[in-house]
Design a protein around this ligand. Structure first.
Ligand code: GDP
Ligand code: IMO
Ligand code: MG
Length: 420
């Protein structure tokens, strides 16, 4: 058995959806292992631009099974909408999608608790997508949660109401619970809809598939710097976004993991609050945002933009055991005379090249300047066509990161992908 893992090395939105879609023909199964509809994975091909939130990015290809693993949290309302959009595009979701019985459910009250929590934090808010992710994982670890496997039990409604009422207690002094009926009806209606799909013991399914030599790709959501343990805590999400998350989020043993494909942008972005040492709060940052269309696929918020950050990338590569890299959105830098790389930080007057416990306003980036390629690379089909400056940029990164860059992405479309 062998499971390959594909995940983000920065603060999310690296282009995971695109590369999963590109690589899917090599696999029999694509499985999401963590996160929930806070994710927005964009795929573009044949004139279609599609954003997936809960469903794995292999769903558009034929002869591939897509699994929502136990580590994922599911909002049935969002899942229903997602499935219906795909069915409108003639995707046969019912035959291609399997859902783990152990995946936890996001309740309407989880979303209200998310809002209440952010409101209470005031200026220190995380900038959550408000999809109920944190409260749902809190109920999972607090041993209160409801799972997909529960929705067919005769006392589901009772279990649901018990948890809802507990949440009402927590929300009692707020106005959040006004107009709740509509939300609840939509939730219960979506629960009935989700009953039509196949619910499985995905850990058995995957391990059996592995024994039959089926090829499995685990698709990460968010990014390493948003990991609950190793990210820029507390400005993180509530799951393990790293390779280890595959083990707990799918029931795959560590010795079954083969390749780990780490995805990063040729620069860096972040959406939501929290430290970002190489951020550019100037015209250059704005330029990257416009050229890269850096607006969130889930919330539409502006993404903060900056130069590539090597100490952070090296840290992410170490934590994940990355074996190969995909560099995304190289084309966004096509018009820059110069490109900058953050190679170190300065902290308290000292130069450091590691990712520190806490990144404060005093953690300043040290940049190395490189010459930009300053030409359109979007039509290139092979690396033989790369301008010298782009080849130098890739060589420099490979030397620093000590991992080969096997894919260079030069546009959002499936076809705009150069495999080296
Ligand atoms: P994900 O969450 O990691 O799947 O990434 P998102 O879909 O949230 O954000 C990546 C954005 O960049 C999407 O709009 C993609 O269509 C787009 N994209 C992906 N690869 C490239 C690329 O190489 N060049 C350009 N210009 N856009 C890209
Ligand atoms: P994909 O899979 C980028 C960010 C939010 C916020 C923090 C916590 O598309 O790369 P949460 O909703 O989890 O409580 O938000 O994490 N965040 C993402 N940023 N891409 C994502 O997913 C993200 N999912 C969550 O903006 O800062
Ligand atoms: Mg995204």
């Amino acid at each position: 058995m062998g499971v390959d893992v594909l995940l983000g090395l920065q603060w999310g939105d690296e282009g995971k959806g695109k590369i999963v879609d590109v690589l899917t023909p090599k696999y029999d199964i694509i499985a999401r292992f963590q996160g929930g509809p806070n994710a927005g994975h964009t795929l573009e091909f044949e004139g279609i631009k599609h954003v997936l939130h809960t469903i794995p990015s292999g769903i558009f290809r034929d002869n591939v099974v897509n699994i929502i693993g136990n580590g994922v949290v599911i909002d049935p309302i969002i899942l229903k909408t997602e499935i219906q959009k795909l069915e409108n595009l003639k995707v046969d979701v019912i035959s291609k999608l399997l859902i783990s019985k152990k995946a936890h459910l996001i309740l309407p009250t989880h979303k209200l608790l998310d809002q209440a929590s952010e409101l209470a934090k005031g200026k220190r808010k995380i900038g959550s997508t408000l999809k109920g992710i944190g409260p749902t994982y809190m109920d999972k670890t607090g041993r209160n949660g409801l799972r997909i496997g529960d929705i067919n039990s005769s006392n589901f409604k009772e279990k649901y109401e018990r948890l809802r009422d507990k949440h009402f207690q927590l929300l009692k002094d707020t106005e959040f619970i006004n107009n709740f009926n509509e939300m609840e009806n939509e939730f219960l209606d979506s629960i009935n809809y989700v009953k039509n799909f196949r619910h499985i013991d995905s850990e058995h399914y995957l391990n059996d598939a592995g024994k039959e030599n089926k090829k499995i790709l685990a698709e990460g959501a968010q990014g390493t710097l948003l990991d609950i343990d190793f990210g820029t805590y507390p400005f993180v999400t509530s799951s393990n976004t790293i390779t280890a998350g595959t083990c707990t989020g799918l029931g795959v043993a560590p010795n079954k993991i083969n390749k780990v494909i780490g995805i990063f942008k040729a620069y860096c972005t972040r959406v939501g609050s929290g430290p970002f040492p190489s951020e550019l709060n100037d015209e250059v940052g704005e330029n990257i945002r416009q050229l890269g269309h850096e607006f969130g696929a889930t919330t539409g918020r502006e993404r903060r933009c900056g130069w590539i950050d090597l100490p952070a990338l090296k840290y992410a590569i170490m934590i994940n055991g990355v074996t190969e890299l995909s560099m995304m959105k190289a084309d966004v830098l096509d018009t820059f005379e110069d490109i900058f790389v953050c190679t170190h930080y300065i902290e308290n007057g000292e130069k450091i090249n590691y990712f520190p416990f806490e990144i404060s306003n005093e953690t300043k980036p040290v940049f190395e300047k490189m010459k930009g390629w300053n030409q359109d690379i979007t039509k290139f089909q092979s690396e033989d066509e790369f301008p010298e400056e782009l080849s130098n940029y890739i060589k420099f990164l490979e030397k620093e990161l000590e991992v080969p860059i096997s894919i260079v992405s030069v546009g959002p479309n499936r076809s705009e992908t150069i495999v080296r």
